[in-house]
Design a protein around this ligand. Structure first.
Ligand code: ATP
Length: 454
């Protein structure tokens, strides 16, 4: 396969997402809102595949993890107990010259407001203030009164909703440690340095799993989850050379963490955290026990009591989606034409197959293609496309990552076979139209690895 001619930039991904309706800037007709995006049709399909694949690996295919969907706005005392009201802050600096705000610990990733090529603080013109702490939680008010007593927060993580439900779930789920609770839902952070597309959003969809274990086993489970999460990405086709594990040093860890490792992906902006796996110890259950007065502990059948330790893999669908899109993006010249192709794992791809009549105005072909489409769409997200030349229709599907196209042609009308075209190899084979559904079932079960070596 041809190597991409130039290094991938975030702008290339942003423009593909926009052109093909994966993701748009939010409320764009009013000038947008910083770091908030809306997902269009293909974006929604891809997101829901990622969510379903995570849920399948974390809940459906395991005996030891149950699901939860807690509220976004919790009693504000939850966030006092968790330490977020006092400490969920980033160091902020203002530039008196360009009037922009930056995260003091990430100046090397930011662009100066006056000279986009320069980093803030690089030239004597930049006049940065001393860093001060800025709380990232969005505040709101619950009820009709807007005073201090009605202040509440949009959750900055889904994890706390799990901890405060520990007792409910442990009793009802009839599980004993080690067991986990998984949750997927929106989280909100008033990020200081937005930008970088889906990487850092103010509103994002988190997928977190809190795994409660006997303290003595915590380190082994921490290693287990780092490895399991790494394998999940590789099984879904992320290229190994773009994924690495980085263990945090003691000075870098959050206050609650006994150990943290990031699964980092090589985004166009460099190596950055895709997912974090942390050993949170007994911090959260102990804090909520102290502040709520409800004992969040485990009592074994022999009466031994202990506070379980928590191992947490935490990620957002948005960061996964960005990693998959960057990893999949490829440009190559086929014949004398250039094509853009998203080499997504078939299970991640928004559309599983396209059904195309070779000559749309031929009633026989159009009718057969429509029938096949109507049969397949009962099982999978598939598309039927009759507009334009066949080459152009193939390229439209390549650009959204559709792994296979079934084409109904003249021969179909004679012998009831269609061609299947493979997105990656461009190989075509014929198969009976009656066997297409089964062929697709098998193809989606097969292991897949990226042919993209760039
Ligand atoms: P960072 O250091 O990049 O701000 P973090 O360490 O604060 O991230 P965590 O609190 O560990 O992030 O959040 C867990 C996961 O949630 C991250 O690994 C990431 O996948 C996702 N996430 C966090 N903040 C954002 C955001 N602003 N936009 C999109 N995803 C996010």
């Amino acid at each position: 396969m041809a190597e991409p001619a130039k290094p991938l930039t975030m702008d290339t991904i942003v423009s593909l997402c926009r052109r093909r309706g994966f993701v748009f800037p939010s409320s764009e007709i009013y000038g947008g809102l910083g770091s908030t995006y809306d997902y269009g049709h293909y974006g929604v399909l891809m997101k829901s595949n990622i969510r379903a694949l995570w849920f399948r690996a974390m809940v459906q295919e395991r005996d030891d993890i149950v699901a939860l969907d807690s509220a976004i706005i919790l009693n504000p005392r939850v966030w006092e107990a968790s330490g977020h009201v006092a400490g969920f802050t980033d160091p902020l600096v203002d530039c008196r010259t360009c009037k922009l705000r930056f995260r003091a610990d990430q100046l090397e990733l930011a662009s100066c407001g006056r000279k986009p090529s320069k980093r803030p603080g690089e030239t004597p013109d930049c006049d940065l203030t001393e860093p001060r702490q800025f709380n990232l939680m969005f505040e709101t008010h619950v009820g009709a009164l807007q005073d201090e007593s009605s202040t509440a927060y949009l959750r900055p993580e889904t994890a706390q909703g799990i901890f405060v439900n520990f007792k409910n779930v442990a009793q009802l789920a009839r599980r004993k440690p080690p067991f986990g609770i998984a949750q997927v839902g929106k989280s909100f952070r008033n990020e200081i340095t937005p930008g970088n597309f889906l990487f850092r959003l103010r509103e994002f969809e988190q997928m977190e799993m809190e795994f409660f274990v006997p303290p003595a086993d915590a380190d082994a489970w921490y290693r287990y989850w780092i490895d399991a999460r790494r394998r999940w990405y590789l099984d879904l086709g992320l290229r190994g050379q773009n994924l690495r594990i980085r263990e945090h040093g003691a000075d870098e860890r959050s206050h609650y963490s006994l150990a943290t490792s990031d699964l980092e992906y090589l985004y166009p902006i460099g190596w950055q955290e895709l997912e974090g796996v942390a050993n949170r110890g007994e911090y959260d259950l102990t804090q909520h026990t102290r502040e709520s007065g409800t004992k969040l502990e485990w009592i074994d059948q022999d009466g031994t009591r202990y506070t379980p330790y928590v191992i947490e893999p935490a990620v957002s669908i948005d960061r996964i989606m960005l990693a998959f899109l960057c990893d999949a993006y490829d440009e190559e010249v086929v014949g004398d034409r250039e094509r853009v192709v998203l080499r997504l794992h078939p299970r991640v791809a928004p559309v599983k197959a396209a059904i195309l009549p070779l000559v749309p105005r031929d009633e026989g072909m159009a009718g057969r293609a429509r029938e096949l489409y109507e049969e397949l769409r009962r099982h999978y997200v598939v598309e039927h496309d009759e507009s334009g030349q066949i080459g152009r229709r193939y390229r439209r599907q390549d650009e959204i990552g559709t792994p296979w196209a079934f084409t109904v042609d003249e021969q179909t009308l004679e012998d009831e076979t269609v061609t299947v075209r493979d997105r990656d190899s461009l190989a075509q084979e014929r198969l009976p139209i009656s066997g297409v559904r089964e062929w697709l079932d098998d193809a989606l079960e097969r292991a897949w690895s990226s042919p993209h070596s760039g």
